[in-house]
Design a protein around this ligand. Structure first.
Ligand code: WT7
Length: 666
């Protein structure tokens, strides 16, 4: 952790903690809740291993596990060792075997209005055939398969096909640039990449194959590229094709044998890699394994979402490219045999009531979305949800960033009709599943608080010495005991040390999440945002270092400093302070350089990483030892009065920066 940059300003923290409203679970909800007795908190805490073993028993094991938890190589915990299972079998075959094959797994809706429902029978068929396709392409157990796809049914099918044959998938969110895709493919030595000819996003075609082609110019390990035909003759741009390497999904599937037995996987076999940003420029490929991960997902679906497979229509309105989608669009709902909605596009296309139209059309009962989306809905107006029948909803979820009390109250009132509990779920790519969240039939919620750790999870807020803080105090969020869905490390050479160093070096035996938190006087947990150099833009995690290194790569940049600044809509927005090279400075067109730099960041990382505020400056504020003072830059970006500048090398830089930012804002 570098010098602490508290994400939330002092005022915001005070506002949060003066939040006094509490909401008891509605009686009708409690009456039907999966859990309504708070004794389970104590029961789980008394014997966490027995607790998780009971959840693990809900899965189909090909070979029963012998040991629940082996933490002899801490912090690299092993769960359910000796056991063997297959994730696709748990997500598909076992439901079909119980006679639920005709149950809808996904109501899929394309952004362009196309609609189709896929049953568990359908999804199993796609999965088995594609498993054979992968085998035919030479993919073997333990290999890595890269996936760069839109939100279409072939995406979960491809994931499940990987797990069926024991290959690990590495999904790259479709908003990433080609170089980000290439970097991730190369880090994991992926053998095959699966993509599509494109997808729809806000009425525009996302050129996934084109980006993949660019990436594949520098990925020596890729042997084949499988392309789903999503756009077909609607395609508005030329489609590149490399004979021998590129194969159409539908052609391969037409020739594939219909049955593929699920491969037994050891509980600790790799299920997938998912790259996420840390405090360095290099993304980390977090490793998730099989038995523990699926156990934690299933448990949290039932505890936090109160999932009822027979009657719920569940919609997690995230993208499968992020961990939320892995856990709560694909593996969680399928492991329980739920019926879900899978929506390809944007919530404001073709109109800003698209989400409410979808809720009404399918009778969605559980809706899971992000605060940034909720704030956009608020801005678009109450008349939009009011025009739709949302009475099917019974539970609302929030994820990705702290939810501000106003957004919480709006969600509760306008979307939930004051009858739906809200579960604000704190977790991370690293944790695999929910960690801190209300139990909707038990917990009295407070708008803006994620409340408490779920049963079986041991979270605490600690001070610098690693000691728990008393109620009413703030500190850093840690997890004190291993949990089943925890990441098992970081992929690649040096990954073991990197994992240990990143999460476990501040205090021995405590997992440090990177978030600041506070306990209120009732012991409720309030998340206060990251304390490291990680930004959270619309729930997307991105490190300041990644954006900085993209900027300094550009020929006209001498130095760059990037900070997150508070933003009403996206939670945080990216602010960049850039010193340009002297060369070519005569008569330089600043507007053109600005545009070029934004484009460069989009090309290196993705459009979502483009700075909102880009300030050119002669110098950056530094300490006498030469460290860039990010906290100060944050104050400047957020237009706050700045405190003591005595430690600065050059106080004039600060005044000048403030003037520049104010001028840009005016
Ligand atoms: C970071 C993890 C969890 C899936 C989506 C993001 C922030 C996440 C909450 C919440 C406050 C939250 C944290 C965390 N975060 N959920 N309910 N309240 N903050 O996954 O990209 O791994 O990011 O998102 O800062 O560390 P991720």
């Amino acid at each position: 952790m570098s010098e602490g940059t508290a994400v939330t300003s002092g005022d915001a923290i005070e506002n949060l903690l003066s939040e006094a409203r509490t909401f008891a679970p509605p009686a009708e909800f409690v009456a039907q809740a999966n859990f309504s007795d708070e004794a389970i908190f104590a029961e789980a805490a008394a014997d966490p291993e027995a607790w998780w073993a009971r959840w693990a028993a809900r899965l189909d094991w090909m070979t029963p596990f012998e040991t629940v938890l082996d933490n002899s190589d801490a912090p690299f915990a092993k769960w359910f060792t000796g056991g063997e299972l297959n994730v696709s079998q748990n997500c598909l075959d076992r439901h079909v075997a119980k006679g639920h094959g005709s149950r809808v797994a996904y109501h899929w809706e394309g952004e362009d209005g196309e609609r189709r429902s896929y049953t568990y029978d359908d999804l199993l068929d796609l999965t088995e055939r594609f498993a054979n396709v992968l085998l035919g392409l030479g993919v073997q157990k333990g290999d890595r398969v890269a996936i760069f796809m839109p939100m279409i049914i072939e995406l979960p099918a491809a994931m499940l096909a990987c797990t069926r044959i024991g290959a690990a998938h590495s999904i790259v969110f479709g908003g990433f640039a080609s170089s980000a895709l290439a970097e991730r493919i190369n880090d994991a030595d992926c053998k095959v990449v699966i993509t599509a000819d494109g997808g729809w996003r806000r009425g525009k075609q996302v050129r996934l194959k084109e980006l993949t082609d660019e990436a594949l110019l520098s990925t020596p390990t890729i042997e084949h590229c499988v392309v789903v035909q999503r756009l077909g003759d609607q395609l508005d741009h030329p489609l590149g094709w490399v004979e021998g390497r590129d194969k159409w999904w539908h052609e391969l599937m037409a020739d594939a044998a219909p049955h593929a037995d699920p491969t037994p996987m050891a509980s600790e076999d790799l299920l997938y890699l998912l790259y996420t940003s840390g405090t360095t420029a290099k993304p980390k490929g977090l490793m998730h394994t099989t038995g523990g991960y699926l156990t934690g997902i299933v448990a949290s679906m039932e505890m936090v979402f109160d999932a009822k497979p027979l009657t719920d229509v569940y919609w997690c309105a995230a993208d499968i490219g992020w961990v939320t989608g892995h856990s709560y669009i694909v593996y969680g709902p399928l492991a329980l045999g739920m019926t879900s909605v899978l929506y390809e596009g944007a919530p404001d296309w073709p109109a800003q009531d698209r989400n409410w139209e979808i809720v009404e059309r399918y009778g969605v009962t559980i809706l899971y979305t992000a605060p940034t989306a909720i704030r956009a809905f608020i801005k678009w107006g109450d008349h939009l949800p009011a025009a739709h029948d949302l009475s099917s909803l019974r539970l609302l979820g929030s994820v990705g960033e702290p939810i501000n009390p106003e957004a919480w109250m709006w969600y509760h009132r306008v979307i939930g009709g004051e009858r739906c509990p809200i579960v604000d779920t704190w977790w991370q790519t690293e944790t695999g599943h929910h960690m801190i969240a209300p139990m909707p039939g038990i917990t009295h919620t407070k708008p803006g608080s994620a409340t408490h750790a779920i049963p079986g999870i041991d979270a605490a807020v600690v001070d610098e010495a690693g000691e728990p803080v008393p109620n009413g105090h703030g500190g850093l969020l840690v997890i004190r005991q291993p949990w089943p869905g925890m990441a098992r490390g970081i992929w690649g050479e040096g990954g073991r040390e990197r994992y240990q160093h990143t999460y476990w070096s501040k205090w021995p035996h405590l997992y440090f999440a990177g978030d600041g938190a506070k306990l209120d006087s009732d012991g409720y947990l309030w998340l206060l945002g990251r304390v490291d150099d990680v930004m959270n833009v619309s729930g997307h995690r991105i490190s300041t270092m990644e954006v900085e290194s993209a900027l300094v790569e550009h020929e006209s940049v001498a130095e760059a400093a990037v900070v997150g600044m508070l933003d009403e809509l996206t939670g945080e927005a990216i602010a960049a302070f850039v010193t340009l090279n002297d060369e070519g400075s005569d008569g330089r067109d600043e507007a053109a350089v600005r545009a070029a730099l934004l484009e460069h960041v989009a090309e290196r990382i993705g459009k979502f990483a483009r700075p909102r505020l880009l300030v050119f400056t002669q110098g950056l504020p530094k300490t006498r030892s030469g460290k860039i003072m990010r906290r100060l830059l944050k104050d400047i970006a957020e237009g706050r009065a700045i405190g003591d500048t005595q430690t600065l090398q050059d106080a004039a830089v600060v005044e000048q920066l403030q003037a520049t930012v104010n001028a840009l804002r005016a």
